[in-house]
Design a protein around this ligand. Structure first.
Ligand code: NI
Length: 257
């Protein structure tokens, strides 16, 4: 059974078959839990609606750094109110994205810190998005103490093993996605090698980032098996063991029985 720790099933790419996927296809494919991730007020709402509709779907609420410019202060109060729902198990995805710079960097920094504080107030773990901003994300996380206070996932981790170790030392989990199956990703395979088994979780980030052999197609959680297979080879255990270990890790992190 697989715990999908990062999906966006509320996105338009699933408009034609969302219910069929979530009510039948994914459970039959051995997907036991899904954490759907908010990126804005709109997608935080649609994420919570999906979590209320499907037993095995859980919600993370938050503003992606791309949308930092749209976050108004009272949105944090709205998110706090929505987070009273038991299906809300995390805040995210939040962080910094200096690759696209869709929001001004100052706004990204401020909204990131505010949402980290919100997560600590609510005692919820955090999903971190970091792109081309590793040093600043590290400094903000180190100063916040959030890794020890609430923990969370460095989603779709994309730096090398030395950086991974620094986040592990702060208390973060490493989220590994489809990139681990790509030919040009030896650094990420090294990250998997050095990450303790109890600190790694798997994710697709669907609809994006399909792993090999389905690279380029719309992604969904059935592809977790290809990610687990790759990790199994690196760790020298079976794919089923990777599924079991990463599922337990995610359940522990999010307080799900
Ligand atoms: Ni995402």
């Amino acid at each position: 059974m697989y715990f999908e720790t990062h999906s966006h099933y509320d996105f338009d790419q699933y408009n034609s078959d969302r219910d069929e996927l979530l009510s039948r296809i994914l459970p039959q494919a051995g997907i036991s839990h899904i954490l759907n991730i908010g990126t804005s007020m709109k997608t935080s709402r649609t994420t919570l609606e999906m979590a209320q509709k499907y037993d095995y779907v859980y919600a993370a609420l938050g503003f992606h750094p791309h949308n930092a410019k749209d976050l108004r202060y009272r949105d944090l109060e709205i998110i706090a109110k929505m987070a009273e729902d038991a299906k809300v198990v995390a805040i995210g995805e939040i962080g910094l994205d200096f690759h696209y710079d869709h929001s001004p960097r100052d706004a990204q920094r401020e909204r990131f810190k505010e949402q980290l504080n919100l997560a600590m107030d609510l005692q919820l773990p955090v999903i971190i998005h970091c792109r081309d901003a590793n040093e600043e994300v590290y400094d903000i996380l180190a100063n916040s103490g959030a890794g020890q206070a609430v923990g969370g996932i460095m989603h779709c981790f994309s730096s090398g093993a030395a950086d991974a170790q620094k986040y592990l030392d702060l208390g973060w989990h490493i989220g590994v996605g489809g990139v681990v199956t790509y030919k040009n990703a030896p650094a990420l395979r090294e990250v998997v090698e050095i990450t303790p088994r109890h600190r790694l979780v798997i994710e697709t980030d669907c609809p994006y980032l399909s792993p090999e052999p389905n690279r380029g197609q719309r992604n969904d959680s059935r592809n977790l098996v290809h990610i687990a297979e790759k990790i199994a080879v690196i760790w020298g255990i079976t794919c089923e063991e990777v599924a079991e270990i990463t599922t337990q890790n995610a359940k522990r992190l999010f307080g799900i029985n």
